[in-house]
Design a protein around this ligand. Structure first.
Ligand SMILES: O=C(O)C[C@H]1C=CC(=O)O1
Ligand SMILES: [Mn+2]
Length: 369
């Protein structure tokens, strides 16, 4: 039986300012959720946002208050070993709040996998891979610093895929910045951009033409989330892969975008999808429609990152790798044992449930007072 649900807000400084077109992050706030069950088993979940309400329509504070006030009471007393039934109830009664639902579903599935003594990936159909290539986002806002950071990541064999955040400056300035980095790294790295919806379609046509010619591999969410027709036109116009991110809020969007052939790649994010099971549906739709998969992040800490890793480990074809570097952007670890990044890949945890443990002393240190 589900007995008790607690939520915690943790403010963790980032290793450097992280500049996106929608926000500059100096701190990431993790919302951690613990679901305690009558059989003594507990599960953990996590939700994060980017820049409060700058990226999406949920904030860490809204996730916490909506779980505490509206969602958790619906779950108390339900059978803990039936996470699908618990989530069906929540999805029927609660509108929106995909990030909050994802945190709860993560905790319920973590608890259930621990109960069955299997890694979470095995509840999701079983893994086809044990490691995941991980991109790093260069977002210091400075070309020379970004190049030095990329060189360091190559040297220590942590990342050889780099995603550049653009859209804040003029199209020409942004493209010059990206191409300077690509020229410096050459064939040693895959260089990709995320525009975070910042371009008008005409900007995108100009910008993507130069990026494609300069050897950039992937263009993420160049136009507004709702401009799906424009996204489809860009996909038709260019050879370079176009990825949907903010346009993709779960399986219904995945279907709608596939119908109009709007993108060649989907960023599969558990939070944006509204949970792990809907994220698997997004991936299934993509695979049936010939759309490539990419394991996306909301810059989660260890819990959300491990959850996404278990999901991505089940994908037969993860053509565009992942960006599961969230914990590496944070100055402090909340896990007892950090996730292992080695030889450009994240090792998918192998222990029961998420395969990670929260350090409750660190949690108390970082908890918002
Ligand atoms: O993809 C996004 O838009 C959000 C996130 C992922 C990596 C990163 O630096 O920001
Ligand atoms: Mn993105």
């Amino acid at each position: 039986m589900i007995q008790h649900i607690e939520t915690f807000l943790l403010d963790v400084p980032t290793v450097r300012p992280h500049k996106l077109s929608v926000a500059t992050m100096n701190v990431q706030t993790l919302v951690l959720v613990r679901v305690r069950c009558a059989d003594g088993i507990a599960g953990w979940g996590e939700a994060t946002t980017i820049g409060g309400l700058n990226y999406g329509e949920e904030s860490p504070e809204s996730v916490k208050v909506n779980i505490d006030t509206h969602i958790a009471p619906l779950l108390i007393g339900m059978e803990a070993s039936q996470p699908a039934k618990a989530m069906a109830k929540i999805r029927k009664i609660i509108q929106g709040n995909r990030f909050a639902k994802c945190a709860l579903e993560t905790a319920l599935l973590d608890a259930q996998a621990r109960r069955l003594n299997v890694p979470l990936s095995e509840l999701l159909g079983g893994r086809v891979r044990d490691t995941l290539p991980v991109a790093w986002t260069l977002a210091s806002g400075d070309t020379a610093k970004d190049i030095a950071e990329a060189e360091h990541m190559l040297d220590i064999r942590r990342h050889r895929i780099f995603k550049l955040k653009i859209g804040l400056r003029s199209v020409d300035d942004d493209v010059n910045h990206v191409l300077a980095i690509k020229r410096a790294l050459g064939d040693r790295a895959s260089v990709r951009v995320d525009v975070n919806q910042a371009w008008r379609e005409s900007d995108a046509v100009r910008g993507i033409a130069r990026l494609e010619a300069g050897g950039i591999d992937l263009i993420e969410q160049p136009v507004k989330a709702h401009s799906t027709a424009a996204l489809a036109r860009l996909k038709r116009r260019f050879d370079v892969a176009i990825m949907a991110d903010e346009a993709l809020h779960g399986p219904d969007d995945a279907m709608a975008l596939a119908r109009i052939d709007a993108a060649g790649v989907y960023a599969v994010k558990i939070a944006q999808s509204g949970g792990l099971m809907p994220a698997l549906e997004v991936a299934t739709i993509a695979q049936r429609a010939g759309i490539g998969l990419y394991g996306g992040t909301m810059l989660e800490g260890g819990i959300g990152t491990a959850a996404t890793a278990h999901v991505c480990a089940t994908f037969a074809d993860l053509a565009w790798d992942t960006e599961l570097f969230g914990p590496l952007l944070l100055t402090q670890e909340v896990l007892r044992e950090p996730l292992v990044y080695r030889d450009f890949e994240l090792q998918v945890p192998t222990g029961p449930g998420l395969g990670v443990e929260i350090d409750t002393d660190k949690l108390r240190d970082l908890q918002r007072k």
